[in-house]
Design a protein around this ligand. Structure first.
Ligand code: C5P
Length: 396
């Protein structure tokens, strides 16, 4: 429930703006008070009257007149909320926010507010992938702005890919998670997830079978306990959970950089299946099958992210590593805990017969300083919830 929570909802001008009307309705159903702000472009997609009727509130528009200022000045409006939500956040709006422009009511409020801000980006896939948008995204995340979505899917413009706004239930979940008070409220936890891809040439790479399902479930479970979660993910099969700060990477070295940029944190859960080696003699052009002889790949060792952070100056209070083994699981994982310098190891048997790697269930052995605990075979979601609860216990 969001009883008595005050949401200032900035509606940007994109085709996804129609979903913001549904968001208003559902926020109100949950007890929140919604004050809509429409950019002038948004008025091309939704009418102020519909937003006002659904919110049962005055709608603030770009044409902010003196009567409005007499009723409530823009500074006051920007602060009379518990959370500012921008939905949809267009490429243009993100760019203006990242640049610190205040050239209309919406961007002025976003500059003036002292409250947390959450954005739900929505735009064409090329615009989303454009380096300028990705730079703006990194800037906004660095400014502490929470980002929900976007997701991959068919778009109104006929193209397909990331850029489609997160669905309303996911935006709601992120808003509810933001307000949820739990044992990890005020704590910052880092989760790594998924495989890494290490290039051989521009089209081929070395990878592993990790789906990223367990890491995503852990991030969601920590979020549900109130933690601020930074989720550093390789190219996973499963979508990233909503309500967490997602940093997408490809290689082990990029993952290390992203992890170090996220420090300091209270706890880190390194669930990623990081490639141990990368190809040293990568080719800038595609290797040809008809070239003389078979290609010979030489390998270099990747940095060990878990060991680097565990032995580093910004070591989190709790370091959790994973160990995917195919035999002598407990013995190998216990040795790994020592070697990597982490506090806990979540060990599992990933032999093909277990169906664990890439499957929906997990059966882990938790190795701590006190010894080894065998957990029953559970869904990855339930394993994640139990692990998150243990992390909360350890941090309090
Ligand atoms: O040595 P191994 O790959 O089995 O260790 C697994 C644990 O170490 C996982 O927590 C994984 O995320 C982490 N790891 C890492 N960097 C590497 C290899 C593994 O952080 N290069």
């Amino acid at each position: 429930m969001l009883t008595d929570k005050r949401i200032l909802l900035v509606i940007g001008g994109g085709i996804a703006a129609f979903k913001s009307l549904d968001l208003i309705r559902r926020l109100r159903e949950r007890g929140a008070a919604v004050t809509p702000v429409l950019t002038s472009a948004a008025e091309q997609f939704v009418t102020p009257l519909s937003a006002s009727a659904l919110a049962a509130s005055k709608v603030y528009r770009d044409l902010f007149d003196l009567t409005d200022e007499a009723e409530m000045g823009h500074i006051e409006l920007s602060r009379a909320a518990d959370l500012v939500v921008v939905c949809p956040a267009t490429a243009n709006l993100m760019g203006r926010m990242a640049a610190g422009l205040a050239d209309d009511l919406a961007t002025t409020l976003l500059m003036a507010t002292d409250k947390p801000v959450m954005i739900a980006p929505a735009m064409n896939v090329r615009m989303w992938e454009h380096p300028a948008t990705q730079r703006n995204l990194a800037t906004l995340q660095g400014d502490g702005i929470a980002v929900v979505g976007p997701v991959a899917g068919p778009m109104a413009c006929g193209e397909f890919g990331p850029g489609r706004m997160a669905e309303v239930p996911d935006i709601l979940a992120a808003i509810e998670a933001h307000f949820a008070d739990g044992p990890l409220t005020g704590r910052h936890v880092l989760v790594t997830s998924g495989p890494t891809h290490e290039a051989i040439d521009p089209v081929r790479y070395i990878a592993n079978r990790s789906s990223g399902a367990q890491g995503a479930a852990i991030a969601a479970a920590l979020r549900d306990l109130g933690a601020r979660v930074t989720f550093v993910t390789g190219p996973a099969d499963v979508p990233s959970p909503s309500g967490v700060e997602v940093v997408a990477v490809t290689t082990a070295r990029e993952m290390l950089d992203a992890v170090q940029a996220a420090l300091p944190v209270d706890a880190a859960v390194m669930a990623a299946a990081v490639a141990d080696w990368r190809v040293e003699n990568t080719s800038d052009i595609k290797l040809k099958k008809d070239a003389a002889g078979l290609p010979t790949l030489s390998f270099a060792e990747n940095p060990d992210i878990l060991a680097t952070v565990s032995h580093g100056p910004d070591r989190p209070q709790l370091m959790v590593g994973f160990a995917a083994e195919t035999h002598d699981v407990t013995a190998h994982a216990t040795a790994k805990r020592e070697r990597k310098g982490c506090d806990w190891i979540v060990a599992n048997d990933v032999s093909p017969g277990t169906g664990i790697m890439g499957g929906p269930e997990n059966a882990i052995t938790l190795i701590t300083q006190a010894g080894a605990e065998d957990w029953p075979r559970l869904s990855k979601d339930e394993t994640a919830r139990r692990l998150a609860a243990r992390i909360a216990e350890a941090l309090t």
